[in-house]
Design a protein around this ligand. Structure first.
Ligand code: C2E
Ligand code: CA
Ligand code: CA
Length: 381
């Protein structure tokens, strides 16, 4: 695809209104004037580093204005595919917004007797708004309402101390039962919440409920909570959690915060979060450990209290020797690093036996219990 350089003399036309839009330009050197040829009005004067000619590329319509070099000019060509590929890969809402803005902006331009006729992308964008974009917007509003109405439930999955065969704690998991769509997976609605600040509110719900539950459970029982980057970046969020912990007289080390690798792209930031949590007294777990790309680096750089080994290892431990070897190595590393180990996705006795032999501290999975309601948790104690 590559970049191309184009040069124009002072006064030379770069493109005329009505020409086909085969690329956009970034100004490397010089000054460019965007103007309407019909009445010779200047629309804009652009300098080094600025982008122009992108509008026709975006909606595949002819140039709606003309462009002229007002000094000698060097331009860097940006190919249509470079723009349309990016847009095609972008979030539905971003596409929708670009489409709407483009339409609005065009309506403000001095008319040159032409419209975006073959506006493929614009049509595409409009249908995307209708399908994905709008439904996503709608779901987001419904999620907001659900949070306010208390329709986001919290369930608790047991975490078993496998050397003693007793429940040691729970992982709090969010549930949303939508009035029309039924059960919506947290994978879907948490991702949506993370795109906005709604995750702060979801998190606040989960923490409040977990802290209240801890205050009525025996002192040795802990609760794990999934946190996302936005929550840990928000100092006030953590302060509110700390206030609730104090208010209920809970030992902070009964709360364990689960962080996934996708959040740990920036080790400096992750170290800062972990330090902050530990200062408060919370314990910190690496969630879904072993699946990403930075497992070793995480162990080197970050001081986790607990590693939660991802479900794929337990699921495949009898199917593939490779999984077995890796899980054994994780176990021996964790012991030497004095990091506690949780195995996720334990479903069968045979799996449990191997994990016990490898020295895992905890197990979580359907063998010990599915996520359960508050009432069912209370019945266990
Ligand atoms: P996760 O943190 O890895 O949570 C474990 C998931 O595995 C849960 O799915 C749980 O129901 C499921 N699971 C537990 N034991 C077994 C088993 O033995 N076999 C199988 N096949 N699955 C098992 P769930 O509840 O659908 O949650 C999915 C993900 O959504 C969670 O993955 C977590 O990343 C996220 N999530 C859920 N609630 C919250 C929340 O309140 N806040 C945040 N930030 N994320 C949440
Ligand atoms: Ca988790
Ligand atoms: Ca997990």
């Amino acid at each position: 695809m590559g970049y191309h350089i184009k040069q124009f003399e002072q006064g030379e036309i770069i493109f005329h209104g009505g020409d086909s839009s085969d690329c956009a330009y970034i100004i490397e050197k010089g000054q460019v004037e965007i103007f309407a040829e019909s009445n010779d009005t200047i629309i804009d004067i652009l300098n080094e580093g600025e982008l122009f000619g992108e509008m026709g590329v975006l909606d595949q319509s002819p140039r709606s204005t003309s462009a002229r070099a007002i000094t000698p000019v060097v331009l860097l060509e940006v190919k249509t595919e470079q723009i349309t590929n990016r847009l095609a890969e972008s979030d539905a809402i971003v596409k929708a917004l670009v489409g709407v803005l483009l339409k609005r902006f065009r309506s403000l331009l001095p008319s040159q007797g032409m419209t975006a006729k073959n506006s493929n992308l614009l049509n595409q964008v409009e249908s995307v708004v209708e399908q994905t974009g709008l439904s996503k917007f709608k779901l987001e509003s419904e999620l907001r309402t659900a949070i306010n109405n208390g329709d986001i439930q919290t369930v608790y999955q047991p975490i078993q101390e496998i050397q003693k065969n007793q429940i040691a704690g729970f992982e709090a998991l969010s549930r949303w039962s939508h009035p029309e769509r039924g059960f919506i997976s947290p994978v879907e609605f948490i991702a949506l919440a993370e795109e906005t600040d709604l995750i702060i509110e979801v998190g606040e719900l989960v923490f409040s409920r977990a802290i209240e539950l801890l205050s009525v459970l025996p002192d040795h029982v802990f609760i794990n909570i999934n946190v996302s980057a936005k929550q840990l970046d928000d100092n006030q969020f953590l302060q509110r959690v700390v206030a609730k912990v104090k208010q209920h007289g809970i030992q902070p080390n009964r709360l364990k915060l689960e962080i996934t690798e996708t959040m740990v792209v920036d080790f400096k930031k992750a170290r800062h979060w972990i330090k902050k949590c530990k200062e408060i007294g919370f314990l910190v777990c690496a969630d879904d450990f072993g699946t990403g790309h930075s497992g070793m680096e995480q162990l080197l750089e970050l001081d986790f209290d607990v590693l939660k080994v991802d479900q794929v290892f337990v699921r495949n431990m009898f199917k593939s020797e490779r999984y077995q070897i890796i899980i054994e190595s994780i176990a021996s590393m964790a012991q030497r690093l004095e990091t506690k180990l949780v195995a996720e996705g334990v479903e069968y006795d045979q799996q449990l036996e191997v994990l016990q032999a490898l020295g895992f501290n905890f197990g979580q999975g359907y063998l010990f219990g599915k996520p359960m309601s508050l009432e069912d948790v209370m019945k266990l104690f």
